[in-house]
Ligand binder design. Sequence first.
Ligand code: UGA
Length: 469
Amino acid sequence: MNLPQASATAPAPTIRPRLTFIGTGYLGATYAICFAELGYDVLGVDVDTAKIASLAGGQVPIHEPGLDEILRRNLAAGRLRFTTDYEEAAEFGDVHFICVGTPQRADGLGADLTYVESAVTSLVPHLSRKALIVGKSTVPVGTAAWVEQLVGKHAPADLGVEVAWSPEFLQEGYAVEDVLRPDRLVLGVHTPWAQEMLLAAHKGVFDLAATEDREVPVVITDFATAELVKHAANSFLATKISFINAMAEICEASGADVTQLARSIGYDDRIGKKFLRAGVGFGGACLPKDIRAFQARAQELGAGEALRFLHEVDLINQRRRTRVVQVAADLLDRPYGPAGPDLTGFRIAVLGATFKPGTDDVRDSPALSITRKLARAGAQVAIYDPKGMENARRELPDLEYAATMTDAVKGADLVCVLTAWEEFRYADPNMLAELAQGRRVIDGLNCLDPALWTAAGWQYRGMGRPNPA
Ligand code: UGA
């Protein structure tokens, strides 16, 4: 372990460090707001002036349950501010968390690290005392060591600025809980000073756990392991979902019911029942891009074979999206040719646009991808989502956007439920039957009650389950 360089102005790890969160998207905004709630003085930083103005004005630019209220409370308490000024951030913070996006590269499967690079190189030249730069963004293994080099090159030489890596595991829709009450903390550090600073930056999390008689497990490890943990966790989750979706394919071919199968294997607690919901597959800004970036990195490391199965995981996932179009063609009595079906003349109501309920996020959403396929097949599609309309409209501007669920269903020949929002799960199939032109429904998430829908006169099709009699 390298001992940290001494610096007269280095903040002592025992104090409550001042924190900045650089990048105020889903990850950084939630962290900044929740760490202010834990009692830290926090500065949120972003280059997007509109986002910063919105947060500073008490409006969270994303939909995340509970976050708005905590934002306003902490702005009012004076613990939380937002800025676009890196100089101000450097002056303010003792610990700087890098929370910027790492999207899939335009030219391949790997992660685009441009935003990480620009966050680091914009911040560190302005530092005037020792500080800790902590990576939170999901990155390929080796990135932390590269960030350390960037810091070495761009930070004033005598300050001994250090780097650490601490992946996040928050799930959209539960992000506030996941940040305030994490199920584990992973700290990748090189020096005792970095470790102490990072622990001090999380003291609020430990204090909250103590008041609730809980413990937060901490894994202190090296950079490479800390980085890999995140890709490994998301790959495992994606594999679990694709496993059950592969079983759904077998159930579809054999007449079995994947929901019963998932329940039955899930009782074995070595398997567990979570993340075994078959349906339209996984989407979002994390799982799909992370399994691809992980494969790309393994290839670069000469270990590509080890992760070849993730390619299969991806393919199974993509096939679920096509499957919905096949079922639609079948229900509408149209042949499925090599170029897909011709659905011209049919009106389809799509219920759901976001990649899962509880968020307004439509990034790599199975619902939108299926909608695009249905529209390309010639169907006239009307889409409705309780929270994702604005983002969906930006992605697919040419669709018809219905103001309510009932507006979407009015006159439809087919209804496709593609996000498991409660509004759809508990919708009254009798009332909807009165509005639809054809009583056909595809339950992309197996979230409806087939008996109720069938009793209301609907032809019901689930995913990986037999058609009701
Ligand atoms: C995921 C991980 O769950 C988080 O632990 C991780 O921190 C996060 O990515 C990230 O990398 O930042 P998230 O993308 O918010 O979180 O969503 P999940 O709840 O994991 O759902 C991902 C997708 O899988 C959704 O499309 C969901 O509908 C689908 N899913 C989930 C299934 O199809 N079946 C299931 O049984 C569970």
